[in-house]
Design a binder for this molecule. Structure first.
Ligand code: NAG
Ligand code: NAG
Ligand code: NAG
Ligand code: NAG
Ligand code: NAG
Ligand code: NAG
Ligand code: NAG
Ligand code: NAG
Ligand code: NAG
Ligand code: NAG
Ligand code: NAG
Ligand code: NAG
Length: 479
């Protein structure tokens, strides 16, 4: 009876298949060397790092590879600190600074919550750290407010260019004495987002002209050198909101400023100049990161829509921008509104409210748990596929996304490899949350064929797998 039911189901599913496809992967066409998946800390860490009952579990879910996503790239926000007479920041967004006034001493007990999460991340395996600024301290700004200028005007008072560069590098130096090295320091966040950063806003932000960015980059570079940090910390820039703005801002950074910059960071909220940006980073010899994107996450336990959108963003970036790291904005967010950015939702104002793990958390995990730092991203012909190989571990990973509302027959051509054992994991609307699939497939004629359910992400992990020597042959069918 059971067997009959399965056969019937399979034939019904096959009869409605509308698009079968063959995925070809090629280790002889290596793309980027991958160094990790990440998240920014800021708001969520500023809140949850102060809640003892919740913070360990949060850190486990976000940073621990066995208990959660295993994110290893961390963006720590050096708060500017807001005007104490102002009260317009959203709960959590008022990240404390370390220098409350011009004549004050540094207060290194400040920002304890975000710092707790920072070190908890490292204890759970995070190994790449960047520090970034959203705004200078309010007293260095023209508006006397760290959320931005009047009508989004450029907001760092020119009298404090030097003080701002000193401030950022003093904080990096202090952390280095505490034993935590920031590999990169980013002085800006969406600096040309000229409608984003306004006084009396809900979060820190600051607009800069390109001329100002050139001055600040050089000052920060010189301070890093003078403080003996330049052999461990270099500058990343410029974290524009969209690819096309990133391209045009980089074009106006001068060569002297660029000599202090080791890495270009771009956000992925829009634009389409991914290939141009990749080319510029190669020409300039800079590492490239997709350093921020977030999306509105569905709270419905079986709604795959966010996982599919997230996956398509990852695929478009990883395939066409080819960043060395891909960093989500806020892994955890406040459930203040009907929608939020969090892969995990929580109520910031109620420390006993439970963490709400969304299906998109598992959708992201389909990538983060398997394509690890040290993997080489390799060619795949299919735009809904990301493939990566780890030579010394002899592990091949293929992540396949069926974004369509109908099941498809997928054929994975692994003819360029001598394949060992393999396992598969899936997230779908059908109660699968990174669920390990029963091993019922065989590879015939170097091809693994399976039925991919509608709106699902499947990750294939091939162990003891090495590239074949006679490499060129298998590719012919696809040229
Ligand atoms: C997809 O593959 C199945 C199984 O091989 C076959 O029955 C079906 O006709 C194919 N559909 C298309 C559109 O090629
Ligand atoms: C800026 O804010 C500080 C602290 O609230 C206040 O003492 C100072 O007078 C303000 N400066 C100006 C120019 O408004
Ligand atoms: C330093 O910051 C801590 C934490 O915010 C605060 O409790 C303390 O009062 C500050 N110290 C000074 C001297 O302002
Ligand atoms: C909570 O996390 C901190 C920081 O990683 C760690 O030192 C501590 O042992 C953890 N506590 C528990 C109960 O696991
Ligand atoms: C970096 O510079 C510091 C101070 O100049 C020195 O102590 C340290 O050994 C250097 N580290 C490396 C890796 O060169
Ligand atoms: C990027 O560079 C490659 C190789 O130099 C070139 O073929 C390609 O046209 C460039 N693409 C863009 C978008 O500039
Ligand atoms: C906080 O959350 C807990 C657990 O969900 C709930 O029982 C409690 O009523 C909430 N408190 C407030 C003030 O909303
Ligand atoms: C795959 O993506 C590339 C680059 O964006 C695009 O040129 C191509 O048309 C896409 N192929 C399909 C089948 O959508
Ligand atoms: C490679 O395999 C070793 C041993 O199993 C493991 O400790 C390590 O994390 C693996 N590295 C990667 C990048 O998967
Ligand atoms: C998912 O599992 C729950 C609880 O086991 C069950 O009630 C529900 O019907 C399942 N949904 C689907 C789509 O299988
Ligand atoms: C795979 O091969 C095994 C052993 O030959 C066989 O029992 C099984 O039915 C095959 N599975 C499929 C899906 O063809
Ligand atoms: C085996 O796969 C190749 C493409 O890799 C194809 O040309 C050939 O027809 C296949 N052979 C069989 C028996 O399916």
């Amino acid at each position: 009876m059971a067997g009959f039911k399965i056969l019937l189901t399979v034939s019904i599913i096959l009869s409605i298949v509308n698009a079968n496809r063959t995925v070809f992967i090629n280790p002889n066409d290596p793309w980027q060397a991958f160094e990790g998946w990440g998240t920014s800390l800021c708001w969520w860490a500023n809140v949850l790092g102060g809640v003892p009952d919740v913070r360990n579990y949060s850190a486990d879910l976000v940073f621990d590879l066995n208990k959660g996503l295993g994110l290893n790239v961390i963006r720590y926000n050096i708060g500017g600190g807001e005007n104490p007479l102002h009260h317009h920041m959203r709960l959590g967004n008022d990240v404390p600074g370390f220098l409350p006034c011009e004549a004050c001493d540094y207060n290194w007990t400040s920002d304890a919550n975000q710092r707790w999460i920072l070190f908890a991340a490292r204890e759970r395996g995070a190994n790449i750290f960047e520090a970034f600024s959203n705004s200078p301290p309010y007293w260095m700004t023209i508006s006397n407010c760290s959320s931005g200028g009047y009508q989004s005007a450029n907001n760092l008072n020119p009298n404090y260019f030097d003080a701002f560069a000193k401030y950022l590098t003093d904080v990096v130096k202090w952390y280095s004495i505490q034993g935590l090295t920031f590999r990169t320091l980013e002085p800006f966040n969406e600096p040309s987002g000229d409608h984003f950063w306004q006084e009396y806003g809900r979060q820190e932000g600051c607009s800069y002209s390109c001329a100002e960015m050139n001055i600040i980059i050089k000052k920060v570079g010189v301070y890093l050198k003078d403080k003996g940090l330049s052999n461990k910390t270099s500058i990343s820039a410029v974290d524009e909101n969209i690819f096309d703005q990133e391209v045009s801002t980089i074009e106006c950074i001068d060569n002297n400023a660029k000599s202090y910059v080791s890495q270009y960071n771009t956000h992925a909220y829009g634009g389409n100049q991914r290939p141009e940006l990749l080319n510029i980073s190669k020409q300039d010899g800079k590492k490239l990161w997709m350093s921020e994107v977030g999306l509105m996450v569905s709270r419905e336990p079986s709604d795959m829509s966010t996982s599919i959108i997230l996956s398509e963003k990852i695929l478009n970036d990883m395939r066409n921008l080819k960043p060395a790291a891909w960093i989500y904005w806020q892994a955890i967010e406040d459930m203040e509104y009907a929608y939020d950015w969090g892969l995990i939702g929580v109520n910031f104002s109620n420390s006993t409210s439970p963490l709400n793990i969304r299906l998109a958390f598992y959708g992201f995990a389909q990538y983060t748990k398997f394509i690890r730092p040290g993997y080489q991203i390799i060619y795949s012909n299919d735009n809904d596929t990301l493939s990566a190989y780890h030579a010394s571990n002899q592990t091949l990973v293929i992540v396949c996304t069926n974004k369509n509302n109908i099941s498809e027959v997928w054929s994975l051509d692994v003819s360029m490899f001598n394949v060992g054992s393999f396992t598969a994991f899936r997230t779908s609307s059908n109660n699968e949350t990174l669920t390990k699939l029963p091993n019922t497939w065989n590879i015939t004629n170097s091809t693994l064929t399976y039925l991919s359910p509608a709106n699902s992400i499947t990750t294939w992990v091939f162990s003891s797998t090495i590239p074949k020597n006679n490499s060129a042959d298998g590719m012919k069918a696809y040229l």
